[in-house]
Write a protein that binds this ligand. Structure first.
Ligand SMILES: [Zn+2]
Length: 199
């Protein structure tokens, strides 16, 4: 049996989301049909608003409504330190900790030879340009995840940045191997930053 076209399209849309397989997509599609029309309208309006009103900061690559983002624009932030993360959600996790007051740079991914992702596929060029333009940055803290790709990216960045005389450190391995910053609690993140080591 074929699904009526509106349902089939909905299933296709859900399947484009990460971690959603065919079965879950079908379940979500039928659930959506059962929802109140008002809730569905709110849901679709939120999706569109998030896409339309948010952009990437032209300086750090973080998600923002204004450009530059509030962190880059904040004169009170410590401009001698910069944390490099994989995703905008990692910035949110580190900001929740309220212990770090420096700057950020979002890579939007990691180097991954298996997926054919090289340095030009992630936000590295703008990081190098940023470091060349700002001599206020004295330390780059690499906070990519403790995955093989995250480690390889950290090593690549270290080799790239260190010759410029900038200190390069890596978060302490308080984060278990293979774990994501996203899921670490604030105390673990704090300890990981406190115990960072030069690489
Ligand atoms: Zn920014």
């Amino acid at each position: 049996m074929q699904y009526p076209e509106p349902i089939a399209k909905l299933i296709d849309s859900y399947m484009k989301l990460p971690g959603i397989g065919n079965k879950t997509a079908i379940r979500l599609a039928f659930y959506t049909i059962d929802m109140d029309e008002k809730d569905v309208a709110n849901f679709s309006a939120s999706l569109l608003a998030a896409k339309r009103d948010l952009h990437y900061c032209s300086i750090c690559g973080n998600i923002t409504e204004t450009d530059p983002c509030t962190i880059c624009a904040d004169k009170a932030r410590d401009r001698s330190q910069l944390i490099v993360v994989e995703q905008p959600k990692d910035v949110m996790s580190l900001e929740k900790m309220r212990e770090y007051h420096g700057l950020y740079h979002v890579l939007h991914g990691v180097l991954s030879p298996i997926e054919g992702k090289g340095p030009e596929d992630i936000n590295i060029k703008s990081l190098v340009q940023r470091l060349q333009k700002n001599d206020s940055i004295k330390e780059v803290i690499i906070a990519t995840n403790a995955t093989p790709e995250g480690e390889a990216t950290a090593m690549y960045l270290s080799r790239l940045i260190k010759p410029a005389g900038i200190k390069v450190t890596r978060l302490a391995s308080g984060l278990a191997v293979g774990s994501d910053i996203e899921y670490a609690d604030e105390m673990t993140l704090f300890k990981a930053i406190e115990g960072r080591q030069e690489i």
